[in-house]
Design a protein around this ligand. Structure first.
Ligand SMILES: C[S@@+](CC[C@H](N)C(=O)[O-])C[C@H]1O[C@@H](n2cnc3c(N)ncnc32)[C@H](O)[C@@H]1O
Length: 334
């Protein structure tokens, strides 16, 4: 994997929000090609733990471990396991956590990973090396479950019709490749009518489902609240409205602010635990026009950041995300 193949998004803004300082310890929960990790290690004489669940990032991570003079270590794991990763190192607090949610350019570009309808390959889409694939989902789930996944995770209005087409196609032969699925969705939606490929939302929805992306984010936000030391910083970059909404809702509620709005006159929520975060960004920060022009991935990026207060982590955490279809049940059925 080439390190140059993924351009880090909003790196300057991330470093500004994270404020790396000498002697501090940070987590980069989405190592990818290591763009953020290298930026953090260059910004201060700090230490950093990188996490990624994709085994293919290992060579880049190993290279950075060797070059870092003991300041960087790496764990191949989901970022929701950050508490366990720290516990295994005898650490219970960190000074900053950054998450750059979503897929990397390397993952999209490798046809054999099956993330892209533009590249013919097996219908896989897993970031990690285990668990059900997108082919398992489209061939095994009920029509209504597929429709729900497309509707909720893909915001696809034609979800029921697409699910119906998939179920008739799979009755003839298993759907095993990206191009066959893209073709079925294109037929279900009546062909290409806009600049956006008709299979875009279905592929995105399957990717979110197969990788339990919303469940991972919900668990990571709660873990971050437990693990950040007072004045520690949480910085999250998202590329999907459902993820941004989850980060926004979590941070605003933990900051003691009522939902919605964003007005500076907005009252704090009266009852409830003491705020465990104070917001660094009242509104999501977007990439600059220049970055968005240079890097199409940056166009949908949204950054939110907050500082941990001294208050205890909230214990009565409302369910941030309830999965609409159980990935564990699909796995058990395989
Ligand atoms: C957008 S890329 C990160 C790029 C990185 N910031 C850089 O500058 O090179 C996202 C990475 O996060 C990883 N990832 C996504 N969700 C994850 C999760 N729940 N746990 C661990 N890694 C995850 C993906 O495998 C991918 O390598």
């Amino acid at each position: 994997m080439s390190q140059a193949s993924h351009i880090p998004v909003m790196l300057g803004e991330v470093l500004h929000a994270l404020e790396p300082r000498d002697g501090a310890l940070f987590i980069d929960g989405t190592f990818g090609a290591g763009g953020y990790s290298r930026g953090i290690l260059s910004a201060a004489a700090c230490k950093l733990i990188g996490i990624d669940r994709d085994p293919s990032v290992q060579p880049a991570a190993t290279q950075l471990v060797q070059a870092s003079g003991g300041r960087f270590s790496f764990a191949e794991a989901p970022f929701s396991a950050m508490a366990e990763i720290l516990a295994a190192r005898g650490i219970d607090h960190v000074d900053g956590i950054v998450l750059d949610i979503g897929v990397s350019s390397m993952q999209i570009d490798q046809a054999e990973r099956g993330f892209s309808f533009m590249r013919k390959g097996p219908l896989d889409m897993r970031m990690a090396a285990s668990g059900p694939t997108a082919a398992d989902a489209v061939n095994r789930l009920k029509e209504s479950e597929l429709a729900d996944i497309f509707y909720v995770y893909g915001e696809e209005r034609r979800s029921r019709r697409i699910a119906k087409f998939i179920c008739s196609a799979r009755a003839e032969a298993k759907i095993e490749t990206t191009d066959r699925l893209a073709d079925i969705v294109t037929r279900a939606t009546g062909g290409k009518h806009s600049k956006i490929h008709p299979a875009t939302k279905v592929f995105q929805a399957l990717r979110i489902f197969v990788n339990d992306e919303l469940g991972e984010l919900a668990r990571a936000l709660e873990a971050a609240e437990q693990l950040l030391a007072p004045l520690g910083r949480l910085v999250v970059v998202t590329f999907h409205s459902l993820e941004d909404r989850m980060v926004k809702t979590f941070l605003r509620s933990r900051a003691g602010l009522a939902g919605g709005g964003g007005s500076r006159y907005e009252p704090a929520v009266e009852a409830g635990p003491a705020p465990s975060f104070s917001l660094l960004t009242r509104r999501a920060v977007a990439a600059s026009d220049a970055e968005a022009a240079d890097n199409p991935r940056a166009r949908s990026a949204k950054l939110r950041a907050a500082i941990r207060t001294e208050a205890p982590a909230w214990s009565d955490s409302p369910e941030l995300h309830t999965s609409i279809v159980s990935l564990a049940r699909l796995e058990a059925a395989l």
